[in-house]
Design a protein around this ligand. Structure first.
Ligand code: ASN
Ligand code: ZN
Length: 321
């Protein structure tokens, strides 16, 4: 009887527990300012749900967890490079909060940017150690975010290899800048700190000498070319985005070492101007090379040392003569 009455009056009959529930959105961290980032580190506790449990927010003290600390500090050093060197406030230029998850899954041998946040595996403990170990890897993943908000380079074939290379370039620059290393002091290695102790190799990639980073029974041989004559035509890895990135990586290394000094200054600025300038998502190697010459010319003039160094970089890898 009561139910009939309620229905007649148009009153909701479903008990409140069955009422459609609004999905609760996690509180969005505040935007960072030009003075400071807004970091949020989460712990997936070896599961795969993202972002996991929030364990350290901006300004919070160390939690005692090594990977949480490495992620927090690495995000900070990366934010510093973009802000202090290039005047870019976070990945989107508008103070986007930097969100990361550590301890993702079990024996997870990778780190990635998922379009919204960074994710770091702990590695299997034999071939790979936790991916937060290498600052350049943290810088690499965050640079994918910058690329997403700027050039939007398609993650396939040459534009994909450029996307990868841009991440390696700014990844090593984060490390070099934090350590205060000039071009001749730097190791130009990506992931040197996350290979297991008995792996036959020095890193996962070498920008100075692509193809020489490792030669190990479990990992195989580093497949990266450092010159267009060795370009790898493959369907794997989105057309070899992590392979052919060796070519533009080597070009950047030659540009930076030709100039000497600090790579994040003149050389890094040319690359920054290129990716934040007029560039299309399907940019190929040759077009990218021409855009870096244009960027160097705009900042330093056609007859400058910087333009000559940029040209020399592309000549060295067979993309200019
Ligand atoms: N670590 C890799 C990267 O950032 C992840 C991937 O490509 N799936 O390039
Ligand atoms: Zn990448």
């Amino acid at each position: 009887v009561d139910a009939e009455l309620r229905e007649a009056r148009g009153i909701e009959l479903r008990p409140s527990s069955a009422a459609p529930r609004r999905k609760k959105r996690p509180p969005r961290p505040a935007r960072g300012t030009a003075d400071a980032p807004q970091r949020a580190i989460h712990d997936a506790e070896r599961g795969t749900t993202l972002p996991g449990t929030l364990v350290r927010s901006e300004g919070d003290a160390d939690t005692g967890d090594r990977e949480v600390r490495e992620a927090y500090d690495g995000l900070g050093a990366t934010w510093d490079l973009w802000q202090d060197t290039y005047g870019r406030n976070s990945l989107d230029g508008r103070g986007l909060p930097l969100i990361a998850t550590v301890h993702f899954s079990r024996d997870y041998d990778n780190a990635f940017w998922d379009g919204t946040q960074m994710v770091f595996g702990d590695g299997d403990g034999v071939v790979f150690l936790p991916f937060t170990r290498s600052l350049d890897v943290i810088g690499h993943e965050l640079a994918h975010g910058v690329t997403q908000f700027t050039s939007g380079l398609n993650y396939q074939d040459q534009s994909g290899a450029l996307n990868e290379s841009v991440s390696d370039v700014f990844g090593v620059l984060v490390k070099q800048r934090l350590l205060g290393q000039s071009t001749d002091q730097a190791d130009w290695l990506i992931g040197a700190d996350l290979l297991g102790p008995d792996v036959k190799g020095v890193a996962i990639r070498s920008m100075a000498a692509p193809g020489t980073a490792y030669d190990d029974p479990r990992l195989g041989r580093d497949p990266q070319p450092g010159h267009m004559r060795d370009y790898v035509d493959t369907q794997d890895d989105n057309g070899g985005v992590h392979i052919n990135s060796g070519i533009p990586n080597k070009a950047f290394h030659v540009v930076a070492t030709t100039l000497g000094g600090n790579a994040w200054e003149a050389a890094g600025q040319v690359w920054f101007d290129t990716i934040t300038g007029d560039i299309s998502a399907d940019c190929d190697f040759e077009t990218f090379a021409a855009l870096t010459v244009k960027a160097a010319t705009a900042r330093h003039g056609a007859g400058s040392e910087v333009v000559a160094a940029v040209r020399a970089g592309w000549v060295a890898v067979g993309l200019a003569d």
